[in-house]
Design a protein around this ligand. Sequence first.
Ligand SMILES: C[S@@+](CC[C@H](N)C(=O)[O-])C[C@H]1O[C@@H](n2cnc3c(N)ncnc32)[C@H](O)[C@@H]1O
Length: 260
Amino acid sequence: MTIEESQAKGLWSRLRVLLGVRDSRHGFSEVDELGIRIPPARLRFDVAGTNDLKWFLEGGRLGLGTLVSTLEKEKLDLTSFDSVLDFGCGCGRVLRHLSDHSETRLHGTDISRKGIAWADRYLNFAEFGTNKLKPPTRYRPDSFDFIFAFSVFTHLSHDLQKSWMKELRRILRPKGYLLITVHGTHYRNKIPDELKGEFDNGKLVVTGIHQNGSNHCAAFHPEHYVREHMAKESGFETLQHAPRAALGNPEQDVYLMQSI
Ligand SMILES: C[S@@+](CC[C@H](N)C(=O)[O-])C[C@H]1O[C@@H](n2cnc3c(N)ncnc32)[C@H](O)[C@@H]1O
């Protein structure tokens, strides 16, 4: 290392301390290339199923890409929405990539108090709050133009699937859009053998139900169930079903719906 490099490194270290940005090697958080704080490993694990920092950032970016490309197919633009909710946002893995969307009111909600406390502290371009495992949320009817839920219905029991769809319908304005991702046919091999027949008959399969809402509870969604029992029964029209298209939550299916 040259003297100049060494001086620059020393200066950067002092600056980081002054700015309160501490080094991950010493167990503290760092920032990404936009200067946005990175959550601790445990919170990253809760949303991404791995501590891997590179995937946390890349997966969040890919999640945003999935939103943009899905909306584009309907000639919609994320920036044209006044109010957007990330349902089940955790520590804001996807929302952090929307920091420059200043025209849109961004909201995030989750059952994870720790994830929300972190997001509320460091992602100050959005509003965060917690909700309980069961509906309702604290939002008024018709609050949002667009709601997305990446890999949230994948962790809910049978009864909560429909009650949350109805709640999201309540807080979405008429003709608003909902994007969800689920374990579709690609995940059939993860279903216990004795339950595969249920899935093949168009029924929802849920395992680990006693850990409802956590990553240990896994729901598997046949297309028939999503279209007929989640969308139609809750007042939605299904606009798109894209198998394995959730790039930030590989390889989940993406559904885009519109409230009727
Ligand atoms: C696999 S993580 C995905 C997190 C985030 N959507 C993402 O893709 O980075 C599932 C998230 O759903 C949240 N969750 C589970 N049940 C929920 C519920 N009833 N209401 C809100 N969030 C819930 C969990 O706390 C967790 O943050």
